[in-house]
Design a protein around this ligand. Structure first.
Ligand code: URA
Length: 434
């Protein structure tokens, strides 16, 4: 087998064999296939796509490039949820306690943020000492005791994805549906979840800019799941506006904690309750989504699931008292209030632009090696669709960087005040497993 046969087949839209895809991935991971050849293959896929069968073989080859988890000594069922990434997205921190409360274990692999989108691992690290690198034994122990655990992606879990993603990132081939679908699903399928739920973000702050593209991605991931005999459901959700009011790291953990204690923003509650309902129905805890939603809204008000977030963070050595006493632990040199210049309904230029502002304030990283300031971020006193009076605060910026005027201008450019009320739905479509 050789590279030129494979690339010529892909260029000419001929379907690749499983053995050819295995050859590519194995040689790439062991560095026998150079980056420039893989980059040309990825670009050929970007233009010509992949068939359902090729996408399945690619996912399988990526899974087989590393280790998989054996959780047979943990009592299931298991549920997993993954979001394609957005601004203010702290859903996992609320979803997991809600699901674990009913005895469905949530075992997750999560990632770090890059650019305008945040990552769950960074958010959790704002609880000093929290450790993403736990052993498989410890992971199982926490699943057995608390019912939820989150790990970071190590070098031996789907190494092919780690290497491919880094190359896609610098060669313009991230936004390809078969490549995104195989990347996400390979990381979901290494864990033995009985139900997998995918939150595909749609809009200005997401990879998928419109609902048709998002549905195609959803269908591709559902098909991969079916070929591995897994139940996959998809929520298509709005990322034209940030989720909730908090954007950053510690500030998002605090918002998750408040939500679990009955005090969260409506959009965030709706999304987390719907996500948890789908997982609980898939695992036969409730008969239907409406019944599950009613019980989960009650559970949020009762605050009974909140301790699971604290217990899980502490089980992974995190100092949760930092969040409980947030104001004393996350002080910044500058607190900048951005006021409305006129009266009307708030609209943000895009969710992305708020993600970039948060990154500039110190809450995100521009490059992989940047350090995060856990106290930096944004609080949306008013969010998209809410009415504001002249001179009322629309958002508060927290930063330790001495560029106050620059940040004020950046924030003001993101805000529009209109006289038209524009309701933004959170959940655009549900595609449930059958
Ligand atoms: N998230 C992933 O894990 N992979 C992609 O390719 C895109 C988003």
């Amino acid at each position: 087998m050789n590279f030129s046969t494979i690339i010529n087949k892909k260029k000419n839209n001929q379907e690749l064999l499983e053995s050819e895809i295995n050859w590519l991935i194995n040689n790439f991971v062991t560095e026998l296939l150079p980056d420039y050849q893989m980059a040309s293959f990825l670009m050929a896929v970007w233009f010509n796509g992949m068939t359902k069968q090729e996408t399945y073989y690619l996912t399988k080859a990526m899974i087989n490039s590393g280790t998989t988890f054996d959780l047979s000594d943990v009592k299931g069922p298991f549920a997993d949820k993954h979001s394609t990434g957005g601004v203010g997205d702290k859903t996992s921190l609320i979803y997991a306690p809600l699901v674990a409360f009913f005895g469905v274990k949530v075992s997750k692999l999560s990632g770090r943020g890059l650019g305008q989108t945040g990552g769950t691992i960074d958010k959790l690290e704002s609880c000093t000492g929290w450790n993403e690198n736990i052993s498989e034994q410890k992971f199982k122990e926490i699943l057995n005791t608390v019912g939820m655990s989150i790990m970071g992606q190590s070098d031996n879990i789907v190494p092919a994805d780690k290497k491919l993603y880094a190359l896609r990132d610098v060669t313009g081939s991230v936004d390809s549906i078969p490549l995104i679908a195989s990347s996400i699903m390979s990381k979901k399928l290494v864990l033995p979840a009985d139900s997998i739920e995918l939150d595909v973000k749609v809009g200005s702050g997401a990879f998928m800019k419109n609902i048709d593209q998002a549905e195609l991605l959803a269908k591709t991931m559902i098909d991969i799941g079916k070929q591995f005999n897994r139940k996959v459901s998809v929520m298509l959700t709005n990322m034209d506006k940030p989720l909730g009011r908090a954007i950053g790291n510690a500030i998002e953990v605090k918002e998750a904690w408040e939500t679990l204690n009955g005090n969260g923003p409506e959009d965030l509650k709706e999304l987390c309750v719907t996500a948890a309902s789908i997982s609980l129905v898939s695992n036969n805890i409730f008969n239907d989504i409406n019944e599950a939603q009613t019980e989960l809204f009650k559970l949020l008000d009762s605050k009974k699931a909140a301790h699971l977030l604290k217990d899980f963070i502490e089980a992974q050595n995190g100092d949760f008292s930092k969040i409980i006493d947030y104001n004393n632990n996350f002080k910044t040199n500058h607190i900048i209030e951005i006021k409305a210049k006129s009266e009307g309904y708030v609209k943000f230029k895009s969710a992305d632009s708020l993600g970039y502002l948060s990154m500039h304030l110190g809450a995100g990283r521009e490059t992989k090696d940047d350090k995060i300031d856990f106290a930096a971020g944004i609080y949306l006193n008013k969010t998209s669709g809410e009415y504001v009076k002249e001179n009322q605060t629309i958002m508060t910026l927290y930063t330790n960087i001495n560029k106050v005027e620059e940040f004020k201008n950046e924030a003001l450019e993101i805000i529009e005040i209109t006289n038209k009320y524009n309701k933004e739905e959170v959940i655009l479509k549900l595609i449930l497993n059958d």
